[in-house]
Design a protein around this ligand. Structure first.
Ligand code: PEP
Length: 250
């Protein structure tokens, strides 16, 4: 039985006090979520230490949104995996399309990051997905296949067992346009098949999340698909009620 996960990517939203309040609201509502659904929140770096205090001893997991590709030293503005571990982070998002698009993150860079994260004991939430041009050109299966092969094929099965994959069509992120349940299912099935070619039966155990304008009104249909194991949620994760509404949609 694969783990069901709903993870909230807060992106560059909320001040620290607002973020602490949001985390408290999520924790207060977490009991509404079935026990087989794992809730994770990914606030900005500045919020991690105080939010760690809020989620401590609860079922809500703490994730970063990124990590450095170096362990320590003269890398101004970067945050290392050890720093994340030191504030009780258990997960980190890697390869979000906004990092790829605006900050030039390449698959090669992500290989370095994912190995560092795993070696530090963090579980990466590794994002893949095609942009609108690639979708319209019918290249979406090729794009996600290449992203998986370039990065995840460098892992051992033991490492892969600690990775969560998030399929996020770039054209659906923050646009209000959601992939249909059928579109999402067919590409999730493709991702699992590509993972099975390298990792065999382990692919059946890997959690693959859908991300892209997921909200309480469409989560049920998406999560009913056999290869969709939960969601990576952006905008709707900024309201505890919506986030929990999504997590109760299985
Ligand atoms: C995301 O950026 O990971 C995301 C899914 O955003 P949204 O839900 O706002 O489309």
């Amino acid at each position: 039985m694969r783990k069901h996960i709903v993870a909230g990517n807060w992106k560059m939203n909320t001040t620290v006090p607002e973020g602490v309040e949001l985390a408290k609201a999520v924790v207060a509502k977490a009991a509404e979520v079935p026990s087989d659904v794992k809730l994770i929140i990914a606030p900005p770096f500045t919020h991690l230490a105080p939010v760690a205090e809020v989620v401590k001893g609860t079922a809500v997991g703490l994730s970063a949104q990124n990590c450095a590709d170096k362990t320590k030293g003269a890398y101004t503005g970067e945050v290392s995996v050890d720093m994340l571990k030191s504030v009780s982070c258990e997960y980190t998002i890697l390869g979000h399309s906004e990092r790829r698009q605006y900050y030039g993150e390449t698959d090669a860079k992500l290989v370095e990051k994912i190995h560092l994260a795993l070696a530090a004991g963090l579980s990466p939430i590794f994002c893949i997905g095609e942009n609108l041009d690639e979708r319209e050109a019918g290249k979406h299966f090729d794009v996600v296949t290449e992203q998986i092969k370039n990065v995840l094929y460098t892992l051992t099965p033991e490492e892969m067992a600690n990775v969560i994959v998030a399929y996020e069509p770039v054209w659906a992120i923050g646009t209000g346009k959601t992939a249909t349940a059928e579109q999402a299912q067919e590409i999730h099935a493709c991702c699992r098949k590509v993972l099975a070619e390298k990792f065999g039966a382990l692919a059946e155990e890997i959690t693959i999340l859908y991300g892209g304008s997921c909200k309480p009104s469409n989560a049920k249909e998406l999560f009913a698909q056999p290869d969709i194991d939960g969601g990576l949620i952006g905008g709707a994760a900024l309201k505890a009620e919506d986030f929990i509404g999504i997590a109760t949609s299985f």
